[in-house]
Design a protein around this ligand. Structure first.
Ligand code: ADP
Length: 162
């Protein structure tokens, strides 16, 4: 069966934890749409939508069945528009669970055909988040090993320019 899935998120910026989920999804499903949430309410982001998309495109250029897009509004509606019936998310810890469970049930009410599939985070990326990357970089720490090598310099440069 041909299955397209959506991997949604803010990706502000992309981390190796995101890439792990995206590449595992690209092996499990025929097509993966990585959807960057572009809601105007999220004003406190560090990278613009275009920057986040560029970083994701560069980091996934070896994955043929992955598309990077941005979307506004409800994910449940975007999925309907793209004819997609499954979301793939990474689950890091118990702290992610409550929120993700609530989101998944809400999406199901908004779009009853939409399933949410959780992939367990790799143990080495359990701790990793975009905000952690930003915090370490802002304090002058080395973020190599947290973000893809091919975009490391761009992320460091951008975060140190703040
Ligand atoms: P964050 O800002 O917390 O890094 P996003 O909102 O950009 O994350 O997350 C997009 C998706 O990637 C979510 O499904 C999230 O659970 C998943 N994710 C983020 N970091 C990791 C990680 N280190 N390991 C596995 N999944 C992750």
């Amino acid at each position: 069966m041909e299955t397209t899935v959506i991997c949604p998120g803010s990706f502000d910026p992309v981390t190796l934890g995101h890439i792990d989920i995206i590449s595992r999804a690209s092996k499990m499903f025929s097509y993966v749409i990585v959807a960057v949430l572009a809601n105007p309410s999220k004003q406190n982001s560090s990278f613009s939508i275009d920057e986040r998309i560029d970083l994701l495109v560069k980091s996934t250029e070896n994955l043929e069945n992955v598309e990077i897009v941005s979307f506004e509004g409800l994910l449940a509606e975007y999925a309907k528009k793209r004819n997609v019936t499954a979301i793939v998310k990474g689950l890091r810890a118990v702290s992610d669970f409550e929120y993700e469970f609530q989101m998944s049930l809400t999406n199901k009410i908004l779009n009853p055909d939409l399933e949410t599939i959780f992939l367990t985070a790799e143990s080495k990326y359990m701790y990793l988040s975009s905000s952690m990357v930003k915090q370490v970089a802002s304090l002058g720490g080395d973020i190599k090993g947290f973000v893809p090598d091919c975009v490391l310099d761009r992320i460091v440069e951008r975060l140190s320019a703040k």
